[in-house]
Design a protein around this ligand. Structure first.
Ligand code: CA
Length: 705
């Protein structure tokens, strides 16, 4: 279709929602069942995480279109408090925006002017960042009848008064304080029940999802996703079924995983809530389930009754998952004409690299094809609905294997959108292979430590070998036809971890990028129509809304989370700073971002002499990658979000023990590790870092010569 005919179609379908100004709203966040179920008819608002219960992230607003998008300019910004990664999708209701930053801080803005109406800080202890695998991030709030709900990183679910930001109630959602569980996902509200899961599968936890009464905070129901202690009765029929798919006596001590840390969708007609269930814990099936079993309900989509938490059906995408293949990626509901018949489907592009179209009434697989290179399975058998796993390439428990996709997935948490007008899904995809090496004897060893059943995660320290890995990595924006199950167009990026997508009736797809831009593409053919600097990596899903008849687009900008921090060696080419900001654009917007320096890597002038032998350095490497790598960068390649330890000055070297054991910098978010590491171990880590500082000096010298 030509650009012109697309525009003509859209003009006819034109529907600019009638915006209500903040002042005019009688009660803030006045959202109820009726409004939520008809959210698509109110495009001026963005009332639930995925825009509507269908989670399509498609807006009928079309004031900004393919012709005028070049006139889009920055209208208002707000600098957020903490630069540790921004993943929130803002909620906008009647001219007020509710959004979050790292450490679960909630902000309410006048959506027209950007004026801060209130801010709520749940005061999550900064040191809690140690006890979550992937940074103290948060993906946003939910609203319901004058309240705003946020899941705090430390496991609390908190209800706030939407008018004042004052706390109304708070509950602790955690079942086991001795395990490292976090909430990073956005709650959803169905008929007055606030629904939230949690994260932490990499730290050895058991997954579940809980519903709370929106008024009182009382627990309505809890659905476990994996079985617990077999000496106790199963919590439900679903858990009786699941138990038969796990083996040995280790799994429930390892946690089992299956955390529901992100995606949900709801079909009000079928009255089904769909949840995306995460990977198994430990990753290594040999170490958790005697190397066998499907291990329900890990890596599955499960349909449950939102009133009772009762199980209805499940579809397991990756039986017996041992690749960190979560099914927590965006679940999108749509009605599609397939083989001449209208089908009520749900769609997902999970980490495992296959795009699934599933009948959402009963969980029957309709089709599944690879949307990125995936070597672990040859195809999905349509008779059984199961993957035909290529054991030769995929079973790393018998020896190291290069996995494609790796644990970062063909698509991670960045939201996918679906445009019913083009019939295309827009997937923030990526090519991100990884080497997995087994530790089949691994056991859960305590709170706050990565427990995978692999050798410690590491990146090549030799610059040439690292470059070979970097060259394998590629970010992709893929426009995917779910009926034909094929790619229609693609844009590529030099690095992975690019932002979530938003599709609009203006014929546009909006996306932020890892290397610090916000962009708009033509939805039909992928032509780049607009871009602007964001001065930081943009990962979150953008939203659009209208106030007083004017359309706005908001990007939550800010670099951080597991790839930017843990994999600085691969993310380093982004050269972005982690600066967190709300960036709101409109046609003719006149604001500009301040000029800010790009990231620079420097060498400290006085690096201590390396006195340790190779064996000590090797021990230091493993200890560092196990305890420090997820934040400071595996193999000490910093992503620039937390301090670069290859850049330590004399003062930090002198204070190393005081900082690491004693928590001298706890106020800045560097926890004490005396409970976990001995003084000897800390000194060994120090020696490894001195070695890596000398490596950096040599690399920079080689580059300069
Ligand atoms: Ca995981």
């Amino acid at each position: 279709m030509s650009r012109l005919s697309v525009a003509a179609t859209l003009l006819m379908a034109g529907a600019l929602g009638c915006g209500v100004s903040a002042q005019a709203a009688a009660q803030p966040a006045a959202v109820d069942t009726k409004r939520l179920q008809a959210a698509a008819q109110e495009p001026a608002n963005w009332m639930t995480h995925g825009g509507t219960y269908q989670e399509q992230r498609f807006s009928r607003l079309d004031q900004i279109d393919q012709y005028n998008v070049g006139e889009l300019g920055l209208d208002w910004t707000h600098r957020l408090d903490i630069d540790r990664g921004v993943e929130a999708t803002p909620i906008v209701v009647d001219g007020v925006m509710y959004t979050t930053s790292a450490f679960s801080i909630v902000y309410a803005f006048d959506a027209k002017t950007g004026e801060l109406l209130w801010k709520y800080d749940p005061k999550v202890a900064k040191v809690a960042a140690r006890d979550g695998c992937c940074g103290p991030v948060n993906r946003g709030v939910a609203v319901w009848q004058g309240k705003v709900f946020v899941g705090a990183f430390d496991g609390r679910l908190i209800a706030l008064d939407a008018q004042s930001g004052d706390e109304v109630w708070s509950v602790n959602t955690l079942i086991d304080q001795e395990r490292s569980q976090t909430i990073t996902g956005a709650p959803r509200v169905i008929d007055g029940r606030v629904i939230i899961g949690n994260g932490g599968a990499e730290m050895g936890v058991r997954g579940y999802i809980t519903a709370y009464d929106a008024d009182s905070g009382d627990q309505a129901w809890r659905f476990f996703t994996v079985p617990g202690d077999p000496s106790k009765p199963a919590e439900s029929k679903a858990m009786e079924m699941a138990r038969k798919t796990w083996f040995g006596d280790k799994y429930w001590k390892q946690g089992g995983g299956g955390t529901v840390w992100d995606s949900m969708a709801y079909d009000p007609e079928l009255d089904l809530l769909y949840i995306g269930v995460g990977n198994a814990s430990l990753w290594n099936r040999q170490a958790r389930s005697e190397g066998k079993g499907d291990n329900l309900f890990v890596a599955s989509i499960v349909a449950i009754r939102p009133k009772t938490g009762e199980y209805v059906w499940h579809y397991q995408q990756t039986p017996g998952d041992q690749w960190d293949f979560t099914s927590t990626q965006t679940i999108t509901l749509a009605d599609l004409k397939i083989d001449g018949k209208m089908r009520q489907v749900l769609m997902q592009a999970p980490k495992n690299g296959f795009y699934y179209v599933i009948d959402r009434t009963d969980g029957e697989l309709i089709s599944a094809e690879k949307y990125v290179p995936a070597t672990w399975a040859k195809r999905i058998d349509m008779k059984t609905g199961r993957p035909v796993v290529d054991l030769e390439k995929a079973d790393w428990t018998k020896g190291a294997k290069l996995m494609m996709p790796g644990p970062l997935g063909g698509h991670n948490w960045m939201p996918m959108s679906y445009n019913p007008q083009t019939g295309l899904a827009y997937i923030p995809a990526q090519v991100a292979p990884a080497l997995l090496e087994p530790d089949n004897e691994a056991v859960w060893t305590g709170k706050g430590t990565l427990q995978l059943g692999t050798l410690p995660v590491a990146l090549p320290e030799d610059p040439t070998a690292l470059k070979q890995v970097v060259d394998m990595y590629e970010g992709r924006l893929i426009a995917w036809d779910p009926i034909a199950q094929k790619e229609v167009w693609r844009q590529t990026y030099p690095t992975i971890w690019n932002g979530g997508t938003l599709s609009t009736a203006g014929g546009l797809v909006f996306q932020g990028t890892a290397n610090g831009e916000v962009r708009a593409y033509a939805a039909d053919d992928g032509e780049l129509l607009w871009k602007a600097p964001a001065n930081t990596g943009v990962m979150a899903g953008p939203v659009t809304y209208a106030v007083d008849g004017e359309q706005y687009v908001t990007f939550m900008a800010g670099w951080g989370g597991i790839f930017p921090t843990g994999f600085g060696g691969l993310a380093g080419n982004t050269q972005v700073e982690p600066r967190a900001r709300v960036l709101t654009y409109k046609l003719g917007g006149k604001q500009t971002l301040p000029d800010e320096p790009k990231r620079k890597i420097e060498i400290a002038s006085d690096i201590p002499e390396l006195t340790a032998d190779d064996k000590t350095v090797g021990e230091g490497r493993d200890l560092f990658n196990t305890h420090c790598g997820a934040c400071h960068g595996f193999s000490a390649y910093s992503g620039g979000v937390v301090p670069n330890l290859r850049n330590m000055g004399a003062e930090t070297h002198d204070d190393f023990l005081r900082i690491v054991a004693g928590g001298a910098l706890a106020g800045k978010g560097m926890p004490a590790f005396a409970d976990r590491l001995s003084q000897d171990q800390i000194e060994t880590i120090h020696q490894y870092l001195i070695k890596r500082q000398h490596d950096l000096a040599a690399e920079m010298k080689a580059e300069g010569s």
